[in-house]
Design a protein around this ligand. Structure first.
Ligand code: ADP
Ligand code: ADP
Length: 227
């Protein structure tokens, strides 16, 4: 479980990106942060894995303040997926997915087997494993991005508008795939989007943020639907 305990982020120029945010993202659930551009969604995610640190308040991972965990250790337990998959252009798909296992010192064969299994899980045709990122569509690259984030089997998955850059039909299939995956994997997922329909579809709980970084509402998606 991830806990935000009255977290504030003030950037050096004085911008308050996140303002006394308190909420919980329970294990086994998808917690969605939704709100317009600039409401502090990305800032919130980056504080979880300590790409940046909170100015005030604490973020806890299973009760342990992330400030007490050194960033490399913290990040080993956190998969991160961004809008443009950010694949290494000169590495084959299978090696992109196996990057973290290689870094963790797994032997090549085991790491590649794991990568192949993950590619299948995210619904990518294994025939693509030997290709390079530029040979894949945007939606396929996002699948690879998700597979890569899952490679070390992290308990936490942070997803920053992962499906925003793909066309609506592909987006729907990626969303369905994520729900199916989560029903098997039971991770703690924090998913960021500006799309309220996506939030309602994916979220077990939905945190609605407004510009200035204040929590407007923490809702059950069914309640949001009826509004
Ligand atoms: P979102 O992800 O919801 O679009 P961000 O977390 O990226 O929002 O940004 C929240 C606010 O913080 C915005 O006003 C943004 O301009 C500001 N901001 C983001 N990064 C920085 C930074 N490095 N320095 C100063 N202000 C920043
Ligand atoms: P590098 O960018 O240093 O080549 P990798 O992308 O292979 O490293 O990832 C190394 C570790 O950092 C992994 O545990 C991965 O989950 C984490 N990581 C990669 N990108 C990000 C990111 N944008 N934010 C947070 N953690 C990240």
């Amino acid at each position: 479980m991830i806990t935000f305990d009255s977290v504030t982020k003030r950037y050096p120029d004085g911008t308050v990106a996140v303002d006394h945010l308190s909420l919980e993202a329970p294990t086994g659930e998808i917690t969605v942060f939704v709100g317009p551009s600039g409401c502090g969604k990305t800032t919130s995610l980056r504080m979880i894995n300590r790409m940046i640190d909170a100015s005030e308040g604490r973020i806890l991972l299973d009760g342990e303040p992330v400030q007490n965990i050194d960033p490399p250790t913290l990040r080993r337990g956190i998969g991160y997926v961004i809008q443009q998959a950010g694949l290494f252009p000169h590495r084959k798909i299978v090696d992109n997915v196996a990057t973290v296992p290689y870094l963790l010192g797994w032997d090549r064969k085991k790491a590649r087997a794991r990568a192949m299994e993950l590619l299948e899980r995210v619904g990518l045709d294994p025939a693509f494993a030997g290709r390079y990122p530029f040979q894949l569509s945007g939606g396929q690259q996002q699948r690879v991005g998700v597979a890569r984030a899952l490679a070390a089997d992290p308990p936490v998955l942070l997803m920053d508008e992962p499906f925003s850059a793909v066309d609506p039909i592909v987006r729907t299939s990626l969303q369905d795939e994520l729900l199916r995956l989560q029903s098997e994997l039971n991770k703690t997922i924090v998913f960021v989007t500006h799309d309220i329909d996506e939030a309602i579809k994916l979220g077990d709980r939905v945190a609605v943020l407004r510009v200035g970084g204040k929590l407007a509402q923490l809702a059950d998606p069914k309640t949001l639907l009826s509004e």
